[in-house]
Design a protein. Structure first.
Lengths: 223, 223
DNA sequence: TAAGTAAGTAACTAGTTAGTTACTTTGTTT
DNA sequence: AAACAAAGTAACTAACTAGTTACTTACTTA
């Protein structure tokens, strides 16, 4: 439990952040790393303090409790994804291109954010106990936009009429997520490196192949 | 920490099991329930002892350590699935029917075995640390059988030639698993009960629709 | 520059838990 | 039925950890 002994206000590194905001930020990043690795129960507050180069007392000062820090770590990370997500949907041109692009963005977001994949997995096992405190606020405004977008895609004939859009969303999520959330399992049985760029591109192609040839009306038969 | 005070050897209830085998069995079942719910770290040995109606000391007598009990709980539960799985594959008639049946069996196995879904999820977060001690023994003999079966399906023209069978397996697994492993999340946003029989059948139909219309050569266009 | 406040620190406490010890009870074999 | 082994028990301990207390240092503003 060392804490950062000097800690001068460093305008170069901290930008516009005040010292306290910079400390909070460091705690959130450390919390993300540790909680993603070990979950709420498995993580030690002392460890997070060390990782953040801050005294444990300050975690209680800024976040009140371990549990509350965990919720704020979830909020921080979900917000990052949803902010990015909305910008993709809003760039509304051709639905087909937007759908393909959205799947690609989501897939590579997961590929590059192991902590996010793991935080979601911990929350699934927590029965979404903590995520439910932050997710509705984020999803409720986004949901009608997404739903309407997909309905337009359906009415334009791109998505088959008999497909339930909710299942489609679950399936896209599943096809992307499981590749990462179970990657140690896959890696046990695959020779190639699961995370190699060429393998990622192969997986994405497979997903788009399933979704577009299985669900969407995608021009002529082409096999 | 009561333990079972009377515990007469009860041949009616225990069948062929000796008393010690029956105790081991009770510990494994209790371990399955508690570890599935709370994971390795979150579970308390005292709690497992209570659930098994046995003294904690006996857990150490039969299983040596909490960690080792966890591994044996994994072995017990994976073995149950794999035993069932092999019998489906071996009933080798029409590949199309067998594939459909295998997906249905797996899907409903997961639907009925929440503890199994959760044990797998904990292991994913453990980077398969403990599952890797038992899985290869189970999968290694089954793998060539499955692979050859799928290759026959591919050569018979049922599965498109340009589909990587490994990705196909990951995808089927993903489409089934995520519906259950994230069900609290889905339930937050869906009105209907995710686990209602009609909803399960709907999900399975959707999965088979994706797989058969997207991946397999499934007769004529039918939409 | 003095006073007040925000940020940071070290040492402690109260509660918890995996694993052990020293023991008793139950069942089996000769 | 006596001797022995298997199964079961209660109470303990050593290690750990979330959260607190009483304090010092750094920064800001009048």
């Amino acid at each position: 439990m060392k804490g950062n002994p000097t800690h001068p206000l460093n305008p170069e590194k901290s930008g516009d952040l005040t010292r306290s905001e910079e400390s909070k930020q460091r705690i959130l990043l450390a919390g993300t790393a540790i909680f993603a690795q070990k979950g709420l129960e498995g993580s030690r507050v002392d460890e997070i303090a060390d990782e953040a180069h801050i005294n444990k007392r300050m975690i209680y000062h800024y976040f009140e409790s371990k549990e509350n820090l965990y919720v704020e770590v979830l909020r921080y990370n979900y917000t990052k994804l949803y902010t990015r997500g909305s910008s993709v949907i809003q760039s509304g041109t051709d639905p087909e291109i937007v759908i393909k692009q959205a799947i690609r963005e989501y897939f590579y977001y997961l590929a590059e954010h192991d902590e996010f994949v793991r935080l979601m997995s911990w929350e699934a096992l927590n029965q979404e106990k903590y995520a439910n405190r932050v997710l509705p606020q984020l999803i409720d405004p986004a949901e009608p936009v997404l739903r309407q977008f997909l309905q337009v895609g359906q009415q334009a004939g791109l998505i088959r009429k008999n497909i339930d859009i909710r299942h489609l969303l679950v399936s896209v999520n599943a096809l992307c997520l499981v590749y990462f959330s179970r990657r140690e399992m896959l890696q046990t049985f695959w020779k190639e490196d699961i995370m190699a760029p060429s393998m990622l591109e192969e997986r994405l192609t497979h997903i788009q192949d399933i979704i577009f040839n299985g669900i969407l009306n995608y021009g002529e038969e082409e096999m």
